[in-house]
Design a protein around this ligand. Structure first.
Ligand code: SD4
Length: 304
């Protein structure tokens, strides 16, 4: 069943379904935190994306998942890293944010916390797909460095052109502006194909792959995580707006096109501010992305 769903559900249809769900939630009064958790949770469940079911494999042919969520209204944040049996890393991240005194739990400690919270657990094989296993085997055969999988053919104006099979599926993220004027960001990933056991990327690190502050922006990143960590990518977008007087677009484009490129960092980000401005820059050939509006009001949901 998983395989036929995998071949039948197109990436575009999946993305559209998630956008519509986020839009409907926001239209009926969901908070930005609720909308980004819903969207990222749906993307985790879909085998097409490198998060949850369909996550990439580590060098050891296992899965180690990372996720984070941040609430721009309160600047509360939660994250998990290197988890292997929590079904939804983003829901676990939200539980950390809402039900613990801490921000980041890793590995077995994260799973113990999840168990105490009554979260759903799965056998690690739940995350595996044949496509990802083949991707790892190709990487091992060519002795490749840990692989990104989100960059490919140029995205067309209407949205997202087909990317080469190997490069089609990436980390997932969402940012949203709700009816109350609050923003939030969430990110979830299996990391990079062929990564070393114990390696943590930018996604669960607050300020690197994920950040939100109502005064500036909500940001979720995808790409070569090491470089996003080194430039504090998501926080730097917000800092540029706060302290350098840049607009959202100026700040986001500077981080992606200048700061990251200076150290050969590849990828992109999605960002929204409380006025409903949206910026989706990437320095790769393409990045799947979508934006949904709720009427004329500046409520926005963006998912990748
Ligand atoms: C990471 N940023 O773990 C993630 C990888 C990614 O599409 O974005 N893959 O470094």
């Amino acid at each position: 069943a998983a395989m036929s769903a995998e071949t039948e559900v197109t990436y575009h249809a999946a993305l559209r379904a998630v956008l519509e769900a986020g839009q409907a939630a926001l239209a009926s009064g969901a908070t930005a935190v609720e909308a980004v958790t819903l969207a990222v949770g749906m993307l985790e469940d879909c085998p097409l994306f490198n998060a949850g079911h369909g996550a990439v494999f580590t060098h050891a042919e296992t899965h180690e998942l990372d996720a984070a969520v941040m609430d721009g209204a309160t600047r509360q944040a939660g994250a998990v890293a290197c988890v292997t049996t929590l079904r939804s890393p983003v829901r676990a991240a939200r539980a950390v944010m809402e039900h613990s005194e801490h921000v980041l739990f890793v590995g077995e400690g994260a799973e113990a916390f999840g168990r105490a919270q009554g979260l759903e657990f799965v056998d690690p094989s739940y995350f595996s797909t044949d496509a990802r296993r083949e991707q790892l085997h190709r990487a091992l055969a060519t002795n490749a460095a840990p692989m990104l999988d989100h960059d490919g053919a140029a995205a067309v104006a209407a949205g997202n052109a087909p990317l080469a099979e190997d490069r089609k599926f990436g980390t997932v993220g969402a940012v949203a502006l709700d009816a109350h004027g609050h923003i939030a960001a969430a990110t979830s990933t299996g990391g990079m194909t062929n990564k070393q056991a114990g390696r943590v990327g930018d996604s669960p690190l607050i300020g690197a792959g994920t950040y939100a502050d109502d005064r500036t922006a909500a940001v979720s990143c995808t790409g070569s995580g090491e470089m996003f960590i080194r430039v504090a990518a998501a926080y730097d977008v917000c800092a540029r707006m706060a302290y350098a007087g840049q607009t959202l677009a100026q700040a986001a484009e500077h981080v992606v096109m200048e700061s990251l490129m200076e150290i050969d960092g590849r990828g992109g980000l999605i960002a929204v501010d409380r006025e409903g401005n949206v910026s989706l820059p990437f320095n790769t050939e393409g990045m799947y992305r979508g934006v949904a509006y709720v009427g004329d009001t500046p409520q926005t949901a963006i998912f990748r």
